[in-house]
Design a protein around this ligand. Structure first.
Ligand SMILES: C[S@@+](CC[C@H](N)C(=O)[O-])C[C@H]1O[C@@H](n2cnc3c(N)ncnc32)[C@H](O)[C@@H]1O
Length: 210
């Protein structure tokens, strides 16, 4: 497939780790990203008694495809839902802004998002939706782009913030996570990897205080 698309998978690209750029093979970066996510999900499920992995804004289910029968997801686009189902993945219609959508979350689910909340100007609706199902949510994992106005001081960091501003990507996930009294933040790792160096992802793991 990659050959058909004339993409050289072994070509060296720039990938960001923290505020530094490294040259490496893009496919290695992808593998690193996927394996980080898988490890965090498994560790989180083990620590919290999770039995399901629920990805919200899952696209066609690229990550769910690795999680087998334990994974299911919600997606806004009908094309994502159709393609996911063709691939044998359990994908249902879901909209972050529709509070009724969150009823799809099964008991004992580790809910996760990757590069999906980034597309919402505000993450407010996400917290309200998850809160409405908090009895079913054992933990939440985000690998999401994060607006860090007061944490990025390098030229690269300045570019990353500007990228988010110009694209009108999410700017409040990090702030909201720090300010919810009913949320316990378990892990925060800013700018853990940027396959697109201008749009690095941060890792957050949290759970509701019960
Ligand atoms: C960059 S893609 C990431 C897909 C997948 N999470 C992944 O990492 O491969 C962003 C996804 O968020 C979904 N999305 C955007 N707005 C959404 C909304 N309001 N409700 C549910 N999904 C949404 C998009 O349809 C898309 O599938």
């Amino acid at each position: 497939m990659l050959q058909n698309a004339n993409v050289d998978a072994s070509a060296l690209r720039l990938v960001a780790f923290g505020q530094r750029l490294f040259r490496g093979r893009f496919m290695d970066g992808m593998q690193w990203y996927d394996s980080l996510l898988d490890q965090v999900l498994l560790k989180t499920a083990a620590a919290t008694g999770g039995q399901w992995f629920c990805e919200l804004g899952c696209g066609f289910g690229r990550h769910l495809a690795r999680l087998g029968d334990a994974g299911y997801g919600g997606e806004y686009t009908s094309t994502g839902i159709q393609l996911g189902r063709q691939l044998g993945i359990d994908v249902q219609a879901f909209d972050f802004y529709d509070q009724n959508s969150y009823a799809m979350i099964r008991p004992r689910s580790v809910v996760f998002t990757c590069a999906a909340i980034e597309q919402l100007p505000s993450a407010d609706a996400v917290f309200e939706g998850l809160r409405s199902q908090k009895q079913n949510v054992v933990a939440v994992v985000h690998l999401e782009q994060t607006y860090l106005k007061h944490r990025r001081f390098t030229r690269l960091g300045h570019l990353q913030n500007t990228y988010i501003e110009r694209a009108d990507y999410n700017r409040d996930l990090n702030v909201l996570l720090q300010n919810q009294p009913d949320i316990e933040l378990l892990t925060v790792d800013y700018d853990i990897i940027g396959l697109n160096p201008l749009n690095p992802h941060s890792l957050f793991v949290w759970k509701f205080r019960m």
